[in-house]
Design a protein around this ligand. Sequence first.
Ligand SMILES: Nc1nc2c(c(=O)[nH]1)N[C@H]1C(S)=C(S)[C@@H](COP(=O)(O)OP(=O)(O)OC[C@H]3O[C@@H](n4cnc5c(=O)[nH]c(N)nc54)[C@H](O)[C@@H]3O)O[C@H]1N2
Ligand SMILES: Nc1nc2c(c(=O)[nH]1)N[C@H]1C(S)=C(S)[C@@H](COP(=O)(O)OP(=O)(O)OC[C@H]3O[C@@H](n4cnc5c(=O)[nH]c(N)nc54)[C@H](O)[C@@H]3O)O[C@H]1N2
Ligand SMILES: [Mo]
Length: 638
Amino acid sequence: MTALEGDPDHPITRGVACSRGRRIRERTESPDRILHPLKKVAGRWQRISWDQAIDEIAGRIQHILATSHHHAILHVYDWGSGTLLKNLNQRFFYELGGCSETVGSLCWDAGLTAQTYDFGQARSHSPQDLANARRVVVWGRNLSVTNMHMVPFLKAALASGAQLAVVNPLPTDLDGRAALCVHPRPGTDGALALGVLRVCRDNGWLETSFLQKHSVGWDEFAATLELYTLEWVSQETEVPAATIVELARWYGTEGPVATLLGIGLQRYAGGGNAIRAIDALAAATGQVGVAGGGVNFANRWMTEFLNQAALEGRDGADVREFTRGGQAAEILRADPPVELMFITRTNPVVQVPDTEALVRAYRTVPTIVAIDQFMTPSAELADYFLPCTTVLEEEDISLSTMWHPYITYAHRVIPPRGEARPDHEIFGALAEKLGFGAVFRRPLEEWFELSLTPLQPWGVSLDRLKRDGTVRLPLAEVPWVDFRFRTPSGHYEFASETAAKAGQSRVPTYVANRESRARSRQSGADYPYALLTIHPRTSQNSQHRSWPHTPEFPTVYISPDLAAEVGVVDGGLAQVRTDRASVTARVAVRPGGHPYTVMLESGWWNNGRGTNHLTPQARADFGVQTAQYDCACAIRPV
Ligand SMILES: Nc1nc2c(c(=O)[nH]1)N[C@H]1C(S)=C(S)[C@@H](COP(=O)(O)OP(=O)(O)OC[C@H]3O[C@@H](n4cnc5c(=O)[nH]c(N)nc54)[C@H](O)[C@@H]3O)O[C@H]1N2
Ligand SMILES: Nc1nc2c(c(=O)[nH]1)N[C@H]1C(S)=C(S)[C@@H](COP(=O)(O)OP(=O)(O)OC[C@H]3O[C@@H](n4cnc5c(=O)[nH]c(N)nc54)[C@H](O)[C@@H]3O)O[C@H]1N2
Ligand SMILES: [Mo]
């Protein structure tokens, strides 16, 4: 390959490749990539042929189907590659009659569920619409790190006079540009938003026409705001009362206000309710359904324009569900027990909370097959390693429902290295042995066309997508302009019957952290600080820590106040300890932010240790979502 650059004609990236994009090449060409099938024999990896690998694994499947049940086969997967054809991975297991598989999310399900209660669906404004905002609130989103292609849209809005507020316990790159910085104690955003909304209500800063015409449940919800006095909210969030009032002024007095919500703030015991509280704040102050406004968390609207279910083919399959966060315990108590496990597009040993418990469970599985490009810590536990291609070596269509509304045709730019194969070819070869090879022999064009069928009325064909490279899905720039919401009532729901039926509070409420508590610092508890294990700056989750090379120590970021309190210095070593494990890390002292919040990036692995050794296996309130940021820690010098 000669060069990898951003596409100057792409409406979002506009010629700039992010560091993760640029490193796809590095990953593809890496000398550490595994390029041949491997089998573990007497504890050591040996190279084997594809024929042998496929024969033996298909043989295991046949044996299990004959002597046990398809539920004894577990597919552990996630969206480490989010292209369309990857849905065929699931299809293979459904074609067996069924399987066990992981569901739920380590990522964003509490927030998606929250917005489903409120709006009926999580929808985002087009990035271009940010130009219409007078005020932008970046609330728990690490924009310059995890969403750098949004930054030019923000800068343009600021250049034409918009103002920026940042709500984040940690200092962020954007703080210097912000007119207002709010540093709440982690996990208290629900209380903050409800307190801010109460101030808005008490000052008459509400959009009454929206409340009357387009919403239900306001009075029921508003009555609960009595609980959230300025004094109590300030104490709970550790945000000064004047700052809370200032944030209320932002939402209540001059719009439109665009809220860019991150995903981090819903990985708490009360994470789903926190998103509902912020939705309610924006809705009640008139920021919903207007250009330059919105509560932008995700863009699930896109899923309606792509028929991914046709590729997955789940209809009729008998699936036993394990949760991504709780799989360790679920594997240990499974009946029938798991006899064969496949790991595809995920690195659970590094990314799933409570690593120790997960590894213990995986060690009880008789046969594990890992499909990956690298020998990750998860693949290390396997019995077979099957090497797959990277996105540069396969044809596919890429999409993400996280924010912008574009899909891209990803041409194959180089032939596969070594003996690597696309996932669908690996499953195709297994299917041939098992007697349903025809399913996977379909030309790729047919799968693409099938999934693009919902776009036919808009004249978007496979040919056009291939020719243009990128196509904008036919979503409006501004969601909910007609105020026809997707909820059962058709209105915005401050009180939700759907939430109540799921056993939740009907109205947004504040649910305190399970583990990381404010009072623990005063009470001299064992774990007095909050530990945030956020997404890494230079890697996509664990993907660009090219195994097996990692720095000697991870970096732990703390405030000057905390450094003084525990007696550690910048550049020194510290031990970060939680109820589950401890990790030695290099200290970086940074001013700004909530002083008693400790930050250690996720995604790294070092001498058999990673961030998620420290984090708890816990559920957020809504959906099936992990609460790994709700984590208390202690820190001391080494
Ligand atoms: N460089 C890079 N980019 C990525 C990824 C990556 O790994 N690396 N991963 C991708 C994926 S899978 C995802 S899901 C997205 C995630 O994108 P983000 O949502 O931006 O990522 P997070 O790192 O989870 O957290 C975002 C911010 O939330 C803040 N935060 C944590 N707890 C709280 C809280 O209680 N309240 C408030 N107000 N803020 C809080 C953190 O300090 C952090 O700055 O990024 C995507 N982009
Ligand atoms: N403590 C803590 N834990 C977290 C998070 C956090 O912020 N803090 N973030 C959470 C979030 S938001 C997410 S989304 C998850 C991510 O969790 P994972 O999806 O497990 O994370 P990745 O590191 O992206 O792992 C993807 C794996 O898929 C492989 N892969 C890439 N392309 C392909 C392909 O085409 N085929 C196959 N078979 N394999 C492929 C990669 O080499 C890599 O090993 O982690 C969650 N865990
Ligand atoms: Mo994610």
